[in-house]
Write a protein that binds this ligand. Structure first.
Ligand code: AMP
Length: 556
């Protein structure tokens, strides 16, 4: 039992990475998954998704891996990284150089996984040395390709294009059921490993038996950007409700009895950061409930403060910590009540239930416009009250977890893009000790590649840049002159004056007068805007400028 070799897993990753055809990827993946023993399913999925570090909190980072590889090989890692441009590929090349291709692959997937578990369990004063010793021992037994995928799975950069979506399609292929059914089980359980495990071991019934469980967060439903209020309203033939778009932190709150857990939009537990919200929620007198709302910072008069005031930018990744300013929660949805999942009810029904239970707690205001003009006035009111804009919601839409769709449309006063930092240059003068010029990346539509859309040194204070410098250095992948390239992890919200076409960056576009509005600790690279979003904004901007013909030719 559990005899699948790690080299077979490595070959699988190579093979999937080589083909761009989705159908082929699904076929290769399905064949592999079907051959696994029960106890191998979990470990394979963890490795495949590059999640071993996140799941097991290994405590080994890129620096440690480089140290180990250099010690084993006597070679300078940066030379190979510069040559190959990929961390795992560099390890493979080094292992060839030191003749590790002579090693007969014998490591099993289960064995490698168990060694990682062992690493994660080491605590105490000399833990770093002990952890690195175990990893060294594993790598000493690995051939070049195995070594490549051992390190890739630790740093979480698999680059073969296997995400949850592909796994769902593969399972739908294996079980011959509609992928929507599997998707739903995934979205309500939030656990792809559980879905695959149940599906592969128990078939269709396993999938259908997966139910929502309180304190297991649902993926949040998200909104698309509408070009205008008119567009948003006419899309749903006027059957819409408008709410303020509050600029804060999305919270999904689960309560059963006296137990309350608050989840961020990344499904991280942020309960400890908001004790006053926990107290508020406890006022709701029901047996069990899941609600969603926005936590916002307010000033002394109770006026909303922009998002960035809410974040204390501690050096750590995605550390959402209460910053000391007063906060309030405004609820806008209800997903579960007294044992019943409500996501299939239409918005207007959920809203009615929310208002019923919401007597004890604040619910975001709702407005149903009769005429376009009313909606436009409401938008102006939202802005004058200090909100970001409005959300236009289709009143008959269900809550579809994890999807960004047209049932919720957002309209903001200022257009911003969420982008990820992919590199940075050392500053000059007063900022010479900081990485201050930031390269901004946008996602391609297949969510596989990040492309550059320009750089900026504007918007952040010296203090913020100082903190950011430390974080960027810890994410460094490579360096060229004054520029370092980093793992794309830090998301920033960027304001700009205009989008221009540009041959300088690989996205083909550049942002004119870009400046950082804030660091979005609550977002990850999967949440950033895509090149289609950018093209839509460009189209809208050009339309406004009366350049319709020009872009028709080049974009449509
Ligand atoms: P964005 O982060 O720009 O994609 O906008 C979507 C986010 O707006 C959601 O994830 C919520 O955090 C936030 N939001 C603010 N007000 C509302 C509202 N009334 N309904 C839904 N989401 C809202």
């Amino acid at each position: 039992m559990g005899k699948t070799l790690f080299i077979d897993f490595s070959l699988l990753c190579e093979e999937i990475g080589k083909t761009a055809k989705r159908k082929e990827k699904i076929k290769i993946l399905s064949d592999f998954l079907l051959k696994l023993d029960k106890e191998e399913i979990g470990p394979v999925l963890t490795f495949l998704l590059g999640k071993i570090s996140a799941e097991k909190k290994l405590g080994i980072r890129e620096g440690g891996i480089i140290r180990i590889i250099e010690k084993i090989s006597g070679k300078r890692f940066s030379d190979f990284l510069a040559k190959t441009g990929d961390f795992g590929e560099a390890v493979k090349e080094i292992f060839y150089e030191i003749n590790r291709d002579k090693i007969k692959p014998a490591l099993t997937i289960k064995e490698v996984y168990e060694e990682f578990v062992r690493i994660s369990e080491i605590k105490g004063d000399f833990s770093k040395e002990e952890k690195e010793k175990i990893l060294t021992d594993i790598l000493e037994r690995a051939n070049p390709l195995e070594a490549k995928y051992i390190v890739k799975s630790i740093i979480g950069e698999m680059r073969h294009g296997v995400k949850e979506g592909l796994l769902i399609e593969s399972l739908s292929f294996i079980l011959n059921i509609d992928k929507k059914e599997i998707e739903r089980s995934f979205l309500i359980s939030g656990d792809i490993k559980k879905v695959l495990f149940e599906g592969l071991t128990r078939g269709k019934d396993g999938i259908r038996d997966i139910e929502f469980k309180i304190f297991n967060p649902l993926f949040p439903m998200l909104a698309e950007t509408a070009n205008s209020i008119e567009e948003a309203i006419s899309l749903h033939k006027g059957k819409v409700a408008i709410e303020y778009k509050l600029d804060g932190i999305r919270a999904q709150i689960h309560k059963e009895g006296e137990k309350v857990i608050i989840f961020s939009r990344n499904l991280e537990n942020i309960t400890d950061s908001f004790p006053e919200i926990v107290k508020e929620i406890k006022k709701i007198k029901v047996e069990s409930i899941v609600v969603e709302g926005e936590i916002i910072g307010v000033d002394r008069e109770g006026k909303p403060l922009p998002f960035q005031y809410l974040m204390r930018r501690a050096g750590r990744k995605r550390d959402i910590t209460f910053s000391g300013i007063p906060v309030k929660i405004f609820l806008f949805d209800i997903l579960f009540l007294n044992g019943k999942l409500l996501i299939d009810l239409p918005y207007c029904e959920r809203r009615r239930l929310l208002e019923e239970i919401g007597r004890e707690i604040q619910v975001v205001e709702k407005f149903e416009p009769e005429r376009l003009e009313d909606a436009e006035n409401y938008f102006e009111k939202a802005i004058s009250l200090g909100h970001e804009g409005i959300m236009v919601k289709n009143i008959s839409s269900p809550y579809i977890p994890g999807t960004r769709g047209k049932n919720w449309l957002k309209i903001k006063k200022i257009n911003t893009l969420d982008l990820v930092i992919i590199g940075a240059e050392w500053g000059y003068g007063r900022r010479k000790n900081y990485l201050s010029d930031l390269y901004l990346g946008i996602m391609d539509d297949e969510k596989r590649k990040i492309m550059c859309v320009g750089k900026t040194f504007k918007g952040l204070s010296d203090e913020e840049l100082k903190n950011l410098t430390g974080r960027l250095l810890s994410l460094k992948i490579s360096q060229k002159g004054r520029t370092i390239f980093v793992k794309p992890e830090i998301v920033v919200e960027v304001i700009f004056d205009e989008i221009q076409k540009s041959p300088v960056y690989d996205s083909g576009f550049a942002l004119r007068f870009a400046r950082i509005k804030g660091i979005r600790e609550d977002k990850g690279k999967q949440d950033i805007n895509t090149i289609s979003d950018l093209k839509n904004l460009y189209k809208k901007q050009s339309l406004l400028k009366g350049k319709y013909e020009e872009i028709q030719g080049s974009l449509l």
